[in-house]
Design a protein around this ligand. Sequence first.
Ligand SMILES: [Fe+2]
Ligand SMILES: [Fe+2]
Length: 277
Amino acid sequence: MDPTPITDVPATRPQLIAPDTWLIPNLAHAGDGLYLPVNSMLIRGREPVIVDTGAPVHRALWLEKVFGIVEPEDVRWIFLSHDDGDHTGALFDVLERCRNATLVTNFFSVERLALEKPALPLERMRWIEPGGSFDAGDRVLQLFRPPIFDGPTTRGLFDPKTAAMWIVDSFACFTPGSLDADELPQDLLEQVMPALNSAVSPWHAWLDRAAYARHVAAVEAFGARTVASAHGPVLRDERLDDAFDRLRRLAGAPIIPTPGQELLDALLAPTLVEAEA
Ligand SMILES: [Fe+2]
Ligand SMILES: [Fe+2]
């Protein structure tokens, strides 16, 4: 059964964020006039690459947005960052409609998806590990392990031709609507982004600072100039430097608590008042 589609959120449109590179945004409610981005990406080069396939709640919107800027038969690659539901929403539609596309994924994603989805076509896949790459005609896309991730199968993607990076579930942040970090209130970037990074990867509390700093430095060493993610704004320049700095500071720091029963009580309060009236 499909989930109820999300419709009553600010309208978003695909945005050109680097040459040939489109962010495909969608939003979900996060309370208090804020929204959680649920993005994916399209690289429309010689061999177009769809980067993740959105969430099931946005499936129809996602298909409209993506196939408004690329013809399904032109798509040659589907890069699946990992097997989480909010990245695989339109995966089967894309496999069905993009008959010339190869799915870039990995062994463990396929194992995990086999428990919840129909069988995937093994003959249309490539399994590529972090450190590996694939040739999309006019660019060789590089896979890496992002600094923050909520699934062990996660791989990010770097495009050396445009210096654009897909960093998956790292750098998540609520937004009033914009997907441009320059337009976001500073307190969201300084407080909510670290809180969501902590929620996504609470294991940061047990990290060795020096070891983690080396991993973050290795990701920075790609030299990305535009960093897009599934759940945050597009980051560039000092906004990007700041985001990496805040990430490093999470190593060995306490887990940032997520809302508990108090929030649930507050959410249910209007319903209870109504029921008592
Ligand atoms: Fe995830
Ligand atoms: Fe995600």
